[in-house]
Ligand binder design. Structure first.
Ligand code: ADP
Length: 224
């Protein structure tokens, strides 16, 4: 049973005098691990699709299955549990608290769910050193480079061992070298979780993604 599958997803945005079909007729069976990149021009529906898959937005029609269970059959508590325990989200502009330390940023989401085991603290230490940030625990986030901030954001997303990591343009604010570092990091994590990412960077995606979905006008025009 795939961890995530969707059938004929559709999402339309309505405003006063217009109607935009952001995603339509989108069906896909995701693998359990690896990097799946979503590509397409600006306005093609990439962010909307990511939000639908991550349960941030609700589709107008179509079906989403998590571990074979249909989204609409889940209770509010089940949806919340899935979002909180099984998934993580990473943003282009990091989403970190700039005036807090690296450690405080990483531990915050865990504190919110009451998770403070010493094992978790050990795994934060391991992740920091594994991704070249050994000794950064007490650094204030505003003093870090963009590449370092994105690595902290990824560690924060990873520390709860999500089964699915959603990433919206995780290399979008970075230069070539830091973008490459972040993709290497994602790649090294993708053996044990599914990473679904939106990216404009075709060159990096071609090199690091296991599968690529291309959208045009909200429709899947290619997948490989
Ligand atoms: P992309 O991520 O590929 O740039 P989006 O998913 O952001 O594309 O947007 C797809 C289409 O939906 C665009 O035409 C965009 O203007 C429209 N759209 C996205 N979000 C909203 C919204 N909240 N309200 C109205 N239209 C929206």
């Amino acid at each position: 049973m795939p961890i995530l599958e969707c059938r004929k997803l559709k999402k339309t945005y309505h405003s006063k005098d217009s109607r935009t079909v952001a995603v339509t007729n989108f069906s896909y069976e995701f693998p359990d691990t690896g990097i799946v990149a979503i590509q397409g021009k600006s306005g093609s529906g990439k962010s909307t699709l990511l939000c639908l898959l991550a349960m941030v937005e609700e589709p107008d029609s179509g079906q989403l299955f998590y571990d074979g269970k249909e989204y609409s059959s889940l209770t509010g508590a089940e949806k919340l549990r899935f979002i909180r325990e099984e998934t993580s989200f990473v943003f282009q502009h990091y989403g970190l608290f700039e005036d807090m330390t690296v450690w405080e940023n990483i531990i915050l989401p865990l504190r919110m769910v009451g998770e403070t085991r010493s094992q978790t603290k050990e795994s934060i230490g391991f992740l920091l050193s594994h991704f070249g940030l050994e000794g950064y625990e007490k650094r204030i986030v505003s003093t870090l480079s963009g590449g370092e901030k994105q690595r902290v954001a990824l560690i924060r997303a990873l520390v709860k061992s999500p089964r699915i990591l959603f990433a919206d343009e995780p290399t979008g604010a970075l230069d070539e070298e830091n973008g490459e570092e972040v993709m290497k990091m994602l790649s090294s994590m993708s053996g044990s979780c599914l990473i679904i990412m939106v990216s404009h960077n075709t060159e990096l995606v071609e090199r690091y993604a296991d599968r690529i979905i291309t959208l045009k006008d909200g429709m899947k025009v290619r997948s490989k």
